[in-house]
Structures are given as structure tokens and as C-alpha cells.
Design a protein around this ligand. Structure first.
Ligand code: NAD
Length: 358
């Protein structure tokens, strides 16, 4: 930890990269929240509001710092004029009240547009619709209210474009035609992804802990069903983690039997050094934040009136970015996530430099 200091009592890394971090404690409404702005070099910071019963303030702080940084990288790599930010509300989302959300809207306003929020784990589109009545700094509202609506279908579209790029580069066939794709988690994104893979004539294996989610896919497309504990072992071309984070870990990586990993789940690598372990097994890993950027790209097209077709065109270019990075990775021997991080960092650095020279 070269330049990272630690608040010893809280155990929170005091990351010098973040531009601004603010917390609110409001006894009357019960709101306890933190907003972290990692960077506004490329534009206002955007990131969802995560509502969770964190065990401690330190745990909430550590999550919001990590997630806001990741949002900067995701927006920069996607070529958006947006920075990275994130918010956490500490508490049980089942107990959220209108008074708490109104207090939160006030907190959002105090950042004067340097942070734009969206839905995340524990918050819903209905929450965004409600917050949007009190704050203008809310994205991802329902289409009927001028927002871009549920981002899951377009996130799935971005993932399938990344898969197609990886298939063209690594599998050497005709996109996903005839490829075997194994999807773990067929919720909002995984379900839409299954349909898109089927449209592209891929063979599917799916798994989920929810029978209802499985039935939902099987009602629309043919697929083999696997045990969620074992789907990573299925011999396939593309393995797509679309459930929880940490899907690629010391236990699963040695058991993978795929050529490519490309899915929607955030934080798929349990540790950064998992990617070299994948590469050593000849498996290409498409970084999660490259493949799943469709949702944030979609939101970037909200200001001035949401236009789905322009957003879709931009999301489709995830194919080009993935191919370009794969080509560079083959030439240089570097890992894709190292190249992706570097591309994002360069964009942020250039934007900072041009801003400070003005
Ligand atoms: P979701 O909750 O709709 O779907 C997740 C699915 O995973 C559910 O069907 C659930 O039953 C299943 N699941 C849970 N635990 C599982 C396990 N152990 N094994 C197998 N299946 C399991 O969520 P979603 O919106 O589809 O998001 C999926 C992932 O993609 C998440 O990691 C999310 O952070 C990420 N992501 C989503 C979006 C988006 O637009 N929704 C955007 C970017 C990233």
C-alpha cells in the first residue's frame, strides 16, 4: 500500500484518489448514508444507491469507496462524459420510508449535481421515481417519467456484444452461432441474455437457485439446466456469471471447462490475481465492467430526452472495445483487465489535465 493511509480505528483505507466523500446522519428520518465521488474529471459522477444493513460504518465506507472508483473506470472505458460515484444507505431496505427517501433527496441535492444517483442493490425503480419528485439528480426513472427505465435488457445486449467479440477473436467461428454458452443466474439480465444468445443460435445451459427464474427462460427458449453449484464445470465455449460477485475464485477457476468467461455480474474476480490463474488455464476473461456497461451507457442518454436507438448504438460498440483490447492483449501478452484499466486511467488523466490547463 504505497500511497494509501489507513484509519486504524475504522479500518477504512483513506483513499487519496477520491474527490469528495460526504456522510449524513439524520436522526428524525433514520437516514444514515455516504456518498463518495471518485472523479468528476470526465463529467458528473454517476453510480447507484446501494441500500444494505452494513454491519458497521467502516464496512459501508469501504464499499462506497471501492464501488465509486469502479464506476469511474466503467464510465471512462465506455467513453462516457461521466465520472464515477456511488452512494450507500446503511439499514434494512425492507424498512425504508418515504421520510427517509425525502431526507436522502435533500442529501443528494447538497452535492449540486456532482453526483447523480441510480438504482442498485436494495433500491428500486419505484424508489428512483419517488426520489425524482424531490431531487433533479436522479437517473433510471420509469420511461413514463422521462427516464430510461429498467437497464437490464440493454445490459444483456452489451454482454452479448462482448461475448460476440470474444467469440470472433478467441473461438474463431461465426460469432456465437453453434457456440455453447453456460449462464449462471437467469434473473433480469441473465434471462434477457439467454434470449439474445438463442437468437444468435448458441446452445444454452442455465442455472439458478430460483426455479421460477429457470422456468421463465425455459418457457421461451430451449436450454439444458445445471446445478448452480456445478454450472462452472460444464464443458462450454462461454461461461457467463450473471448472479453474484466473486464467481471466479480459488475453488471455481481450477474447475472451469470453458474458453471464455464473459458475464454481467459485478466483481467476478474474487481477487485481482485470479485473472493470471485463468490465463494460465488458457481462458480469456472479459472484464465485468467492460461487458456490463450497457446500463450506465443507457443512463448517459437520459439528459435532454432519452433516445433508445442512440443508446443501443453506443452499447453495441462494446463489441469494438472488446475486440480492440483483445487484439492488444494478444500482441502484448498483457491481461485484458490490465489493458482495460489502463485505457480508463488514461482517459481520466487526460480529462483532468485538460481541465487543469484551462
Ligand atoms: P437479479 O437479482 O435480477 O438476478 C440474479 C439472479 O441470480 C436471480 O435469478 C437469482 O435467483 C440468481 N442467483 C442468486 N444467487 C445465485 C447462486 N448462488 N447461483 C445461481 N443463481 C443465483 O439481478 P440482475 O439485475 O439480473 O443482475 C445480475 C448481476 O449483474 C448482478 O451481479 C448485478 O450487479 C450485475 N449487473 C446488473 C445490471 C443491470 O442492468 N441489472 C447492470 C450491471 C451489472
Amino acid at each position: 500500500m504505497a500511497d494509501e493511509t489507513l484509519d486504524e480505528e475504522a479500518g477504512v483505507p483513506l483513499d487519496p484518489e477520491h474527490e469528495h466523500v460526504g456522510a449524513v446522519w439524520d436522526r428524525d428520518s433514520g437516514l444514515r448514508a455516504v456518498i463518495a465521488i471518485h472523479s468528476t474529471a470526465l463529467g458528473p459522477s454517476l453510480g447507484g444507491t446501494r441500500y444494505r444493513p452494513y454491519p458497521s460504518f467502516a464496512a459501508a465506507m469501504s464499499d462506497v469507496l471501492r464501488l465509486s472508483r469502479a464506476m469511474s473506470y466503467k464510465a471512462a472505458l465506455a467513453g462516457l462524459a461521466l465520472g464515477g460515484g456511488k452512494a450507500v444507505i446503511i439499514g434494512d431496505p425492507a424498512a425504508k420510508s418515504e421520510a427517509l427517501l425525502r431526507a436522502y433527496a435533500k442529501f443528494l441535492d447538497s452535492f449540486e449535481g456532482r453526483y447523480l444517483t441510480a438504482e442498485d442493490v436494495g433500491t428500486s425503480q419505484a424508489d428512483m421515481d419517488y426520489l425524482g419528485r424531490f431531487s433533479e439528480f436522479v437517473t433510471g426513472r420509469s420511461r413514463s417519467l422521462g427516464g430510461s427505465g429498467d437497464p437490464s435488457p440493454i445490459t444483456a445486449f452489451g454482454v452479448v456484444r462482448a461475448m460476440e467479440a470474444a467469440a470472433d477473436s478467441v473461438l474463431g467461428g461465426n460469432g456465437l452461432e453453434g457456440a455453447h454458452v453456460a449462464i449462471n443466474g437467469v434473473g433480469k439480465v441473465g434471462h434477457a441474455l439467454a434470449l439474445l444468445c438463442h437468437e444468435r443460435k448458441a446452445h444454452l445451459t442455465i442455472a439458478d437457485v430460483s426455479d421460477e427464474a429457470l422456468r421463465g427462460v425455459l418457457a421461451e427458449v430451449p436450454a439444458d439446466v445445471s446445478d448452480p453449484e456445478k454450472i462452472h464445470q460444464v464443458a462450454c465455449d462461454v461461461y457467463a456469471p450473471c448472479a453474484l460477485g466473486g464467481a471466479l475464485n480459488d475453488h471455481t477457476v481450477p474447475e472451469l471447462s470453458c474458453r471464455v468467461v464473459c458475464g454481467a455480474a459485478n466483481n467476478q474476480l474474487s481477487r485481482p490475481d485470479v485473472e493470471p490463474a485463468l490465463a494460465a488455464r488458457g481462458i480469456t476473461y472479459v472484464p465485468d465492467y467492460l461487458a456490463n456497461a450497457g446500463g450506465i451507457i443507457n443512463i448517459a442518454y437520459e439528459p435532454g430526452g432519452y433516445d433508445e436507438s442512440t443508446a443501443r448504438e453506443h452499447v453495441s460498440r462494446i463489441y469494438d472495445t472488446t475486440r480492440l483490447l483483445l487484439e492488444r492483449a494478444f500482441q502484448s501478452g498483457e491481461h485484458l483487465s490490465v489493458l482495460a484499466d489502463r485505457t480508463a486511467e488514461e482517459r481520466i488523466r487526460k480529462a483532468r489535465a485538460s481541465r487543469s490547463s484551462r
